[in-house]
Design a protein around this ligand. Structure first.
Ligand code: MG
Length: 261
């Protein structure tokens, strides 16, 4: 069952969304050659706890870290490591916090120093797919419309669209119904209603869409070893359209200005 959120719930979703967005933006400013994902993880955990929030990932089905840090061919659920990131790497940082009983979930993929044009495009298109998916998350649309919006854009570039992992409903639980695949047919699946909250998260691969899981039982990598990018926002479906929850106050202002221009 998809749980529609009340106005009160939505305010709490906004609070936790902003909180985790602040953490994400702090990490964005830290990523550079030489820093390790363990340092990023520790900083993220500290920021969440200092803000009075719980790092949702820690202990989730036994996951040991506050963030998922997935480098290059790692798609999602990567473990933080003390190995420094290198110039030319790309790193996906996925994080979630629980605050006042509600969860915010967000991810981004960042270049480490200078990266190739091929990787820049992969990251850019992943972000574009996220935006298109968000725009499809409107009342009276269907969940399949979101997947279709992501798929049709990713396919223009020939990217492998990860099928084994999906976006999801979000609220008091990190993972609520429905599953939100990054492919789909328009007009199919559940009808979208005001009050639904979703985490949309395209995962695009430079090569095959196929995945495998490493022996740590968590880290998901591309089957062909080619790089992968991932971007995620949590959003609320409102009567006025999709509202991204995982933006900082500053980003919300900028987005509102852009949308009304
Ligand atoms: Mg998620």
């Amino acid at each position: 069952m998809i749980i529609a959120k009340s106005a009160k719930d939505l305010d709490k979703m906004r609070d936790v969304g902003e909180l985790i967005a602040e953490v994400r933006e702090s990490l964005r400013g830290m990523v550079e050659p030489g820093i390790s994902t363990m340092e990023l993880n520790n900083a993220a955990e500290k920021m969440m706890r200092d803000a009075g929030a719980i790092p949702t990932f820690i202990g989730y089905h036994g996951f040991p870290y506050a963030i998922c840090a997935s480098v290059n061919e790692e798609i999602v659920h990567g473990f933080s490591k003390t190995t420094p990131l290198k110039e030319g790497d790309i790193v996906s940082l996925d994080m979630a916090a629980t605050y006042n009983g509600f969860v915010g979930d967000t991810a981004m993929t960042l270049p480490v120093g200078e990266i190739t044009d091929e990787l820049k495009q992969l990251i850019r298109v992943t972000e574009e797919c996220l935006e298109l998916g968000i725009q499809a998350a409107r009342a009276n649309n269907r969940v399949g419309d979101i997947g279709w919006a992501v798929q049709q854009h990713a396919e223009k570039y020939g990217y492998g669209i990860v099928r084994d992992y999906t976006g999801h409903g979000i609220g008091r639980q990190m993972h609520e119904a429905p599953q939100i695949a990054n492919y789909g047919r328009p007009g199919t699946r559940e009808k979208i209603r005001v009050g639904y909250c979703f985490a949309i998260e395209p995962m695009l691969n430079l090569g095959t869409h196929e995945t495998r899981t490493l022996s740590d039982k968590w880290t998901v990598v591309t089957l062909d070893g080619k790089p992968s990018a991932h971007a995620e926002h949590s959003l609320a479906v409102t009567a006025d359209g999709p509202e991204i929850l995982t933006l900082t106050k500053e980003q919300k202002k900028l987005r509102a200005a852009k949308m009304s221009a």
